[in-house]
Write a protein that binds this ligand. Sequence first.
Ligand SMILES: *[C@@H]1O[C@H](CO)[C@@H](O)[C@H](O)[C@H]1NC(C)=O
Ligand SMILES: *[C@@H]1O[C@H](CO)[C@@H](O)[C@H](O)[C@H]1NC(C)=O
Ligand SMILES: *[C@@H]1O[C@H](CO)[C@@H](O)[C@H](O)[C@H]1NC(C)=O
Length: 462
Amino acid sequence: MTLPLLLLLLLLSSFAISADSSAASRRLLHFFSFDFPFHAFHFGFEPDYEPVESHEAVVAAPPPHPRLQRAHSALQAWKRAIVSDPTNFTSNWVGDDVCSYNGVFCAPALDDPSLHVVAGVDLNGAGLAGRLPDEIGRLADAAILHLNSNRFAGPLPDTLSDLALLHELDLSNNNFSGPFPQSVLRLAGLKYLDLRFNDFHGPLPPELFDRDLDALFLNDNRFDSCIPENFGNIKASAVVLANNKFTGCVPRSVGRMRSTLNEIVLSNNELTGCLPPEIGSLTRLTLLDVSQNFLSGGLPESFSRLKDVEQLNLAHNTLVGAVPDWACRLERLENLSVSDNYFTRVASSCRERSGDVVFDDVNNCLSGVIGQKLAAECAAPVLSGFSVCGGLPRSVPLPPPSSLDVRAFVSPPPLPPPPRPKCVPAPRSTPLPPPSSFGVLPPVGGIRYASPPPPLPIFNGY
Ligand SMILES: *[C@@H]1O[C@H](CO)[C@@H](O)[C@H](O)[C@H]1NC(C)=O
Ligand SMILES: *[C@@H]1O[C@H](CO)[C@@H](O)[C@H](O)[C@H]1NC(C)=O
Ligand SMILES: *[C@@H]1O[C@H](CO)[C@@H](O)[C@H](O)[C@H]1NC(C)=O
């Protein structure tokens, strides 16, 4: 029995279908484009699932080869580590035929197509609670591990790095905790990393951004470092860091993602400094959301090159100056929010286009416009220490001071060099977002990517 390749992708990929033109899907297709039939498919999202192939399997199945035996020991250890299984999802995890277990699927091994191996585990939405056992490292043939919307907790086992073929790791909407899992950095083939809606905390290792990931979702955790300076090395198509406590500047290296980046969401962190002009070189960008931070300065003119941008959310920062005409004439623009900043001018074209563009400028400092900040607030020296923008990049060393150095008058006072993070700590803290709820994965500001719901039981016929 052969499952069409595309169907496989639709069901197993964490990428939303709407991204079909994105680099993400292209790379996935590339990954799966070797030509083999996917037989022996077993999806069992209904507890009474009965594999149609069972007769065939009884007659033809050879005794499990060592690679399936290792997978068997991994899955049995995992089952023992599950403390709650409200839908009896793992109730058929008995016996030798791991390929018939709910959520486990097998495919010919990449290095030996005559062997069927456990190519993926998909437990999305099963509501399982427990921890991941060390034995998970024995699932050495798995390319896909999808555990979204369960109640798995604790740190990730270090042995996760033994999954040398892992391509997609979706641990979203669980209760995993601890620092950023170093084991993930050793997964050489990883393209899709989704850790959102967990309880990870602490700094992000810069090495993460030297990986060749296509999509990175870290939103709704408690990460609190600055964004590493090599941020742009990742060359992903989607990067979501929202709803954490990231501090410091948006690294100027962000511009290095110009040939790949479609969507970036940095909202609700504690980011300071200016919008780097390098964002303007991200000409494939369709979604930029930097709302709810402490970003200052003006709107860089380079943003006029964001010809594909549809959603542009700059709300709730401390931005100043004008919203110029070009900002509201961006060709693909659908929704521009500059609300809750300190802008003093808005081009009239922004209101003229209000038929086809959602435009929001409430709570700024626009004279003669209703719903603005009080005059006293607008007159206050807005965050004087942070409003000097467009200066030298931090990484360029300053020349030795001369007696007539104008920079001394325009630069903020020098800060003591922080240990590793090369950015300025946030001046104050935001209230924490409400804790994530389990079950439904809440959306993040307009992002098109969504982890898939558990596949519907359309496999009855297989
Ligand atoms: C799961 O299995 C237990 C014991 O076999 C049974 O009592 C329970 O009703 C089952 N739950 C579901 C949701 O099927
Ligand atoms: C998540 O884990 C923490 C401990 O790390 C625990 O206190 C909390 O109850 C867990 N939450 C859920 C919903 O399981
Ligand atoms: C426009 O963007 C704002 C802020 O991101 C969002 O709250 C709103 O729902 C969006 N509206 C539409 C019609 O997309």
